[in-house]
Write a protein that binds this ligand. Structure first.
Ligand code: NOJ
Length: 750
């Protein structure tokens, strides 16, 4: 009894101390930690029981919108007992307030909960999927989109997003390509930074910012066969040069949390991988934030065959400095026993609790645990007009024009009748893509709704779906064919269902699902000009369509503003300028096919058999990385380097003149690549170094400048030393990764 009273007094004392300590300046924790927060945490640690500490290390899903198997439905009870410090998959100001109340009012120490959610491409205002966002090649705009998502989520009680996903992937069979910025390490790094800035802002204490997560650490995108959760087996050089840079970039931008990946790396599951988590993340990079596992990935280390039981798995994770256990509740259950046996130490536990509590302080939760759960602010913030405006801008900029024979597009206002067909013609759900957070189908502008918003009085729209996504029935074909035959233009919207990409959505084929291609063929055979709208979360193998359909618009999954964005493009209110952040294969058997490949000793020569190619399929992709058309054309001239010899302390100034040679104002993404011709280890045939999206009026010419610093040319040599070597470097500048102007210089080390 006395003990309890004493404890109560100590708690009161510590909490009072915390309230009265002066307001702390928020410093970028990516660099420095605030000593006052540390002091408060140390005081708190002195009164926390082991179980309370383990509670802070436990994150459980609410039953609201689970994103994996629900293993326990007692999450509220865990909170009540102080055994869970974070809840994910709970959102809404009202609901999060109720849950927060349990933690604050019913537990001994009243430590506030942290609410996490997968806010991947918008919260309620849904933006294009991340792959599509990357197709804008406009990181500033994507920063703004992430800012919007953070503002909405933060007003609905969410403190923490499990984004950005920064996994480079070269395999479109892997469904999670939809969540990434595509195949290139530089692109993924640029967008990782933009998203972290957007979510976290410059002050996590502000009410419109949330914690971000760099995930899935590491190399998850290299899953063998493109099969989700599968084994990864890559060299350390590839790990460091291709898969790690976006994570490092996210940390350089101050990302507060990392999520471990499901896969193994070099035989050790990422969640217990000390090389990845201790040697690289903590020791080399100095990461000071906290690491959360992916969903139940601690016990999965037993299934991997890396730990004999869950206790051993928990020890492995803790020794790798994994701070928070998502959904498995094994830290809570197994660490006390391990502690008793001396297999782990209380110091290790304190260190992880310190890192977790630090973020709760940064968010201001100890000042007011309910500050993010404000129904009034939620109502004002959600779906506001500015946010919808940003979503429209991103959606338009993400659209990639893949083909436009004889300038079929843009459509004239005088067209009398348009048939709009296909499973995505009037669908309000699938364009939201996977990971929809609080997105609602009723908010989506469908393609037909969008067209109706932009058509002139002279145009009539007729519609029938005609075909389903996967159902192979052809019952609707006849009526669709009749409508098409009787119309001036047929717009056919085909593609994947939203959840055919994203997590656990790997595909072994990349064709249009079901009988959609046959449908497309029948509509094409009517002779009515066809515009194909492709919506999917990955590159699809649309070789037949590319050979036959005159106009193809890649509209990914564009989110809430889908219909308006596509309509603006189709009617020429907006000239598309997006470019592919990923290579489109001509045949699934080419995969992995990506621009950043090595030359080999026998590069493809169509006239010589014994070279690197296929005998039954093309070797070149259908559309290369960086590709995308416009209603206008751009010409490139006068590629200039300001020097022929570059030394390590100098910077190379590269300039190129770009002219809008057509009749429409338009955007062009000017891309800079380099190639190191010979080195002690072979280098890729091209590496993206920089890019700029510019807008030019018809006839306008501009000079685009790039500055290349030798440090950008560093690589790992055979001894895994990161540095430079003298030699000839090619500079390639152009409209995509194939069509480039070329110059060269010598890199000379003193
Ligand atoms: C599993 C996914 O791999 C991860 O990306 C996500 O953040 C968690 N589930 C939580 O939903």
């Amino acid at each position: 009894m006395i003990k309890q009273k004493q404890m109560y007094i100590i708690t009161l004392f510590v909490l009072t101390l915390m309230w009265i300590l002066p307001a702390f300046p928020i410093i970028n924790a990516g660099v420095e930690q605030d000593p006052e927060i540390i002091e408060k945490i140390d005081s708190l640690l002195t009164i926390m029981s082991l179980e309370e500490k383990l509670g802070q290390m436990t994150l459980v899903s609410s039953s609201f919108t689970p994103t994996g198997p629900v293993l326990r439905d007692d999450f509220k009870q865990l909170v009540r007992e102080g055994k869970a410090g974070g809840i994910f998959n709970a959102f809404g100001a009202e609901y999060t307030r109720q849950l927060q109340q349990i933690a604050v009012e019913e537990t001994r120490l009243g430590i506030p909960l942290l609410f996490g959610l997968d806010v991947i491409h918008g919260y309620r205002t849904i933006f294009p999927i991340p792959l599509a966002e990357a197709a804008t090649w406009d990181p500033d705009l994507i920063e703004k989109a992430s800012e919007t998502a953070a503002a909405e989520a933060a007003a609905s009680g969410v403190h923490w997003t499990f984004a950005p996903m920064v996994d480079v992937t070269r395999d479109p069979r892997w469904g999670r390509i939809a969540e990434s910025a595509g195949e290139d390490p530089f692109m993924n790094s640029v967008f990782a930074r933009a998203r972290v800035r957007g979510f976290q802002g410059d002050d996590l204490n502000k009410l419109n910012t949330i914690l971000a997560t760099a995930k899935h650490y590491a190399a998850y995108g290299a899953a063998e066969g493109g099969r989700d959760y599968n084994t990864v087996d890559i060299s350390e050089r590839v790990l460091r040069e291709v898969y790690l840079p976006p994570f490092k970039a996210a940390w350089d931008e101050g990302v507060r949390t990392f999520m471990t990946a499901f896969n193994e790396y070099d035989g050790v599951p990422a969640t217990g991988n000390r090389f990845l988590l201790n040697s690289i993340l903590r020791d080399e990079w100095g990461f000071t934030g906290f690491v959360v596992t992916d969903y139940t990935s601690i016990p999965e280390m037993v299934t991997h065959g890396a730990a004999v039981d869950t206790a051993a798995a928990a020890a492995m994770a803790l020794h790798a400095n994994v701070d928070m256990d998502m959904q498995a509740v094994v830290y809570l259950e197994k660490l006390p026993g391990l502690l008793k046996e001396g297999r782990i130490s209380e110091k290790q536990i304190d260190n992880t609790v310190r890192r977790i509590l630090y973020t709760k302080f940064e968010l201001g939760l100890f000042d007011d645990p309910y500050r993010y759960s404000d129904t009034g602010r939620e109502e004002e913030t959600i779906l506001n007009q500015d946010f919808l405006g940003t979503a429209l801008e991103v959606a338009k900029k993400a659209i990639v024009l893949l083909k436009n024979e004889d300038q079929l597009l843009p459509l004239s206002d005088d067209i009398e009748k348009i048939a709009v067909l296909g499973p995505l013609a009037d669908d309000n759900f699938h364009p939201l893509g996977s990971w929809r957070a609080a997105g609602r189908r009723e908010d989506t502008v469908t393609l037909i709704q969008g067209l109706n918003n932009y058509i002139s009085d002279k145009t009539e729209i007729v519609h029938i779906r005609g075909v389903d996504f996967r159902d192979t029935s052809k019952e609707g074909f006849k009526e669709a064919v009749e409508l098409a035959r009787d119309s001036d233009i047929a717009i056919v919207a085909v593609g994947e269902e939203a959840d055919m990409s994203g997590e656990a959505a790997s595909r072994a084929t990349l064709i249009l699902p079901g009988v959609q291609e046959e449908f497309l063929k029948e509509i094409y055979e009517t002779g009515t000009p066809v515009v194909m709208i492709l919506m999917a979360g990955r590159p699809l193998q649309i070789t037949w369509a590319n050979d036959n359909i005159p106009a193809i618009v890649n509209a990914w999954f564009l989110g809430t503003q889908t219909g308006n964005a596509i309509a603006e493009v189709l009617f020429g209110h907006y000239n598309p300028g997006g470019k592919l952040p990923v290579t489109y294969p001509a045949e699934v058997g080419q995969v992995p096919v990506y621009y950043y490949h090595k030359n080999t000793g026998r590069p493809k020569d169509p006239d010589y058999r014994f070279t690197s190619k296929y005998i039954d399929a093309p070797t070149s992709p259908l559309y290369p990385f960086g590709y995308g058309l416009s209603y206008t054309t751009f010409s490139y001239d006068d590629l200039k380097l300001d020097k022929n010899v570059l030394t390590p302390d100098d910077t190379l100034h590269i300039s190129v003149s770009v002219t809008n040679a057509g009749k429409f104002e338009g955007d062009e993404v000017v891309q800079l690549y380099t190639r190191t011709l010979a080195a002690s280890v072979t280098r890729p045939v091209k590496e993206l170094r920089d890019f700029k999206r510019i807008t030019l009026a018809p006839g306008e010419t501009t000079t685009v400048d790039f500055f290349l610093h030798p440090s950008q040319l560093r690589f790992y040599d055979s001894g895994m030393n990161y540095g430079l070597e003298s030699g000839t470097i090619k500079v390639l500048v152009g409209t995509n990764s194939i069509d480039v102007l070329v110059a060269e210089f010598e890199l000379e080390l003193k």
